[in-house]
Design a protein around this ligand. Sequence first.
Ligand code: URA
Length: 433
Amino acid sequence: MRMIDLIDKKKDGKVLTKQEIEFIIDGYTKGSIPDYQMSAFLMVVYFKGMNREEISNLTLAYVNSGDKVDLSAIEGIKVDKHSSGGVGDKISLIVIPLVAATGIPVAKMSGRGLGHTGGTIDKLESIEGFKTELDSDTFISNINKYKMAIVGQTANLTPGDKKTYALRDVTGSVDSTPLIASSIMSKKIASGADAIVLDVKVGSGAFMKSLDKARDLAETMVEIGKSLNRKTIAVITNMDQPLGHEVGNANEVREAIKVLKGKGAEDETTVALTIASYMTILGGAFKDFDSAYRSLNNIIKSGKAIEKLKEFIKIQGGNCDIVDNPEKLPNAKYNIEIMAKEKGYISAIKADSIGVAAMLLGAGRKTKEDKIDFAAGITIVKKYGEKVKKDDVICVLHTNMENCTEAKIMAESAFKINKDKPEDIKYIYDVIK
Ligand code: URA
């Protein structure tokens, strides 16, 4: 088999076989296929697409390029969730203890942030002592005993996807449905969960900017999951403004604590309860959405969810005092207020600009090697649809940097103020089962 023939075959709009896709991913992972040929192939896929069978085969080829996690020693239906990437997205921090509190085992494998979207592992590491590198025995025994554990992605999990993703990032081929779907699903399949809830984000802070594209991605991933015997549900959620009020790391942990105490922002609480509901339904705890949603809300109200968060932090080696004393989490030296330039209603908060501004303040990485400042981030004071007067504080930048002019300009430009009240927005667009 020759790579050039497979590029030509796809260029002619033909369907690649399982063996041909395996040849490409295996060759690229091992280095026998060079970057320039892989780049050409990715661009052909970007324009010609792939059918569902090809996408499933690509997913499997990524899975088979590295290690697979064996969770068979864990009792019950193991559930996992994955977000396609957002700004202020702290849903995992909320749903892990919440779902575990119902007795459903949550086996969570998470990544770090890159670019304008944050990563759950970075957020958790803002808690003193919190360990995200667990050996597999501890991971499994924590799930059996406490029904929850989280680990960072191991170096050899789906290396084919890792190498391809890095190439896509610099060759303009990230926002392609077959390539995103196979990339996300390969990591979920390799991490061994039986059931997966996908949070597909749509809007200015997401890879998918239109609802049609998000729905196509969601349907594709659900089909891949099913074809590989994983119970899969995708929830399409709004990412036209940052989720909740906090974007960063330590401040996002503070906000997750609020949600688990029943004092969270409406958008965040709704999305978290929806994702958690489907996780518990797939795990077999509840039969229907309404009873799941109601019961999870009651778990929050009863104080059981926040106690489970304390337990979660403790078993991962972290200082759980921060739950009762969130001010003990890292705080920034400078807190810079940004004011409204005119009166009116907040008609847009560009989530991607807020994500980039937070990264510039130190909350994210420009390159993989950058170190994160856990205290840095942004508080969104005024959300979409809120009324403001001139000079009202609309957001606060938290940083340890003396000069943050670029971040200030970026954050300020993310807010649009209109004299008319904008239409209400939906937090949840659709659920694909
Ligand atoms: N997240 C992934 O893991 N892969 C993609 O391609 C896009 C988002």
